[in-house]
Design a protein around this ligand. Structure first.
Ligand SMILES: Nc1ncnc2c1ncn2[C@@H]1O[C@H](COP(=O)(O)OP(=O)(O)O)[C@@H](O)[C@H]1O
Ligand SMILES: [Mg+2]
Length: 334
């Protein structure tokens, strides 16, 4: 099968001015994308996974013609980036920047109509498509109010609806559930799933691995501008099949974390905080064998253990094993 999206060696270097003294500034280069190559096939939900600063939004901005890449090439729906800009835009429904892309002084319906007009869709089919979206997303009660009166969840829903206005074969969604509460996020994923069932190809960006596991067929883990793992969700998980994952919960000082990381037999470890307590994830080829040393290393360094348990490998663990960091970490270059 021919890919519907082809990305070859896509590279983006941002140049930003940085103060270096009171009156002087120098140009700083940020390598946001370091030669991304991937194929996405028709009908799949493809996840772009990675922590803040990985380069996901930059990649999407390049693919949707909002940003010129520094190097490399891409084709969407048979059209080449930088050459067939209009055809590419017509091929993609895009949700970027969440609700910041909406006009808050217009009603929801007026927003949909406005963006439909930008795609040069004639009034009658435009209205028909807007009505379809309003029904599908249950926007009936709010769609004739100005957007400024919406809750943040309602704004996100409308921003998602806006991505459907040109009825494009490819949907590109950049962290669409980011500010949504759990029920609204679930509802949105259901709609994405249904749209995919109807034949749309979906590119779905998230830093929440559980979301990717639920929704995506395949995905790419991106870290600091590079693809570090690529495959189906089971393949990504199976890349760890000979290793085991142990989770430790409790109060874990940094010294204890360093002691664990230095243990023979520990492949990788990452520490994160959740609701005041810490969680330590340890990837090791043979978790049982290292358990005694593990407990010693923790206790000798002042850790208070609440729970130690072997766990199923999750996609997040794959990321931890490859990078030694969790997805919650901010990797933006400042
Ligand atoms: N306009 C910009 N100028 C300079 N650096 C930028 C700009 N936009 C993003 N970056 C940097 O590029 C990197 C990738 O950012 P981004 O694509 O937003 O990542 P993600 O969407 O995965 O969080 C980060 O280090 C970020 O700080
Ligand atoms: Mg982003």
């Amino acid at each position: 099968m021919e890919p519907i999206i082809q990305v070859r060696d896509l590279t983006k270097v941002y140049q930003s001015k940085e103060r270096s003294g009171l009156l002087s500034s120098r140009v700083k280069n940020v390598d946001a994308l370091k030669g991304i190559t991937l194929d996405i096939f028709p009908g799949e939900v493809f996840g772009l996974l990675g922590p803040n600063g990985a380069g996901k939004t930059t990649l999407i901005k390049c693919l949707t013609t909002l940003l010129l890449p520094t190097r490399g090439a891409a084709w969407i729906n048979g059209y080449q980036l930088e050459r067939d800009e209009n055809a590419i835009r017509a091929s993609i429904g895009c949700m970027l920047m969440g609700d910041r892309g909406l006009y808050w002084k217009l009603t929801g319906r007026e927003n949909l109509d406005f963006f439909g007009a930008l795609y040069q869709i004639p009034p009658a089919p435009r209205k028909k498509q807007a009505d379809k979206i309003i029904e599908m997303l249950n926007l009936g009660d709010i769609v004739d109010r100005t957007v400024e009166t919406y809750s943040s969840g309602q704004k996100m829903k409308l921003a998602f609806g806006k991505a459907l206005i040109n009825d494009a074969p490819v949907l590109i969604l950049d962290e669409p559930t980011n500010t949504l509460d759990l029920p609204s996020a679930r509802e949105l994923r259901t709609v994405v799933h249904d749209l995919n069932e109807q034949g749309r190809t979906v590119v779905y960006t998230t830093h929440q691995m559980s979301e990717a596991e639920e929704l995506c067929d395949r995905g790419a883990s991106i870290d600091r501008g590079e693809v570090i793992a690529l495959g189906t969700i089971p393949e990504l998980k199976a890349s760890l099949n000979r290793e085991g994952v142990t989770k430790v919960e409790g109060v874990i000082p940094a010294t204890a974390f360093r002691a664990v990381r230095a243990l023979d037999g520990v492949a990788s470890a990452a520490l994160s905080s959740k609701d005041g307590a810490q969680e330590l994830v340890i990837v090791a080829p043979n978790p049982r064998a290292i358990l005694p040393q593990l407990i010693h290393a923790l206790m000798d360094n002042g850790a208070v253990l609440e729970q130690i348990s072997p766990t199923e490998v999750t996609l997040e663990d794959v990321f931890i094993a490859k990078t030694g960091r969790t997805l919650a970490e901010d990797t933006r270059v400042k």
